[in-house]
Design a protein around this ligand. Sequence first.
Ligand code: MLT
Length: 272
Amino acid sequence: MQANGKDITVHANGINICYDDLGTGGVPLLLIHGFPFDKSMWKPQVDFHKNHRRVIAADIRGFGKSTANSEKGSISLFADDLIQFMDVLQLKKVMACGLSMGGYIVLDAVNRYPERFDSIVLCDTQCIADSPEGKAKRYETIKMIEAGGLADFAGGFINKCFSEETLKTKKELVENTKKVILAGSIASITSTLAALAERQERCSSLDQLDIPALVLCGAEDTITPLAQSEFLHHHIKDSSFYSISGAGHLSNLEQPEQFNQHLNDFNRSRNL
Ligand code: MLT
């Protein structure tokens, strides 16, 4: 099954998943966004890579145009959504590229369903679980959002997402990204904060990964710092690692040319 287009919806794992599916050929590149964004954060990658291969960007449950149900969210549930979405689209194997929470989902899915992945791209992410302080902070944020809405959360979070250079020179990008947060559902954002707080560590299984990995990280990422990507690189047998200069946590949006170049080189090495 291959239906090229934008904003296509399929039913998988009890919810509707909305996705863009563009380009043809090669191992499909499946893009999984970070928290609390949606598939629109992959626009520079979809626009570039669709000229070279099939690219699919999906909204995670409760974000963008994908629906949520009353089930409590978890990173493993999002990973199950991903696998069932792949089943519906008849994607036997993909190159999965996840940024931040998207990376947590990829690490969970590849751990349980290694046969479904040709290769992985881990961007601005990490394998550790939250520290007790980190967890407590997430639950405080949930209370703050429930009491006062998304405005303060969005204002604070957006400043942490970008490098100083991006904040100064790419104001439109910063504003548009903030709008995506503000358009989100409070229920999904708070339940996903709890899912992030309760996620399992995945560092102890990195050495079992038997497929190639590309690790990318903004040099000025303060949310999932460079040291976390270096750890991933050192513990995955077959991995390459690049830091993206002039970028913070959203390296794919801040420096799309560098990001796309690395992804394209990695893709070529998989489709020789
Ligand atoms: C993300 O960008 O997906 C989140 O910041 C991840 C996190 O907070 O752990």
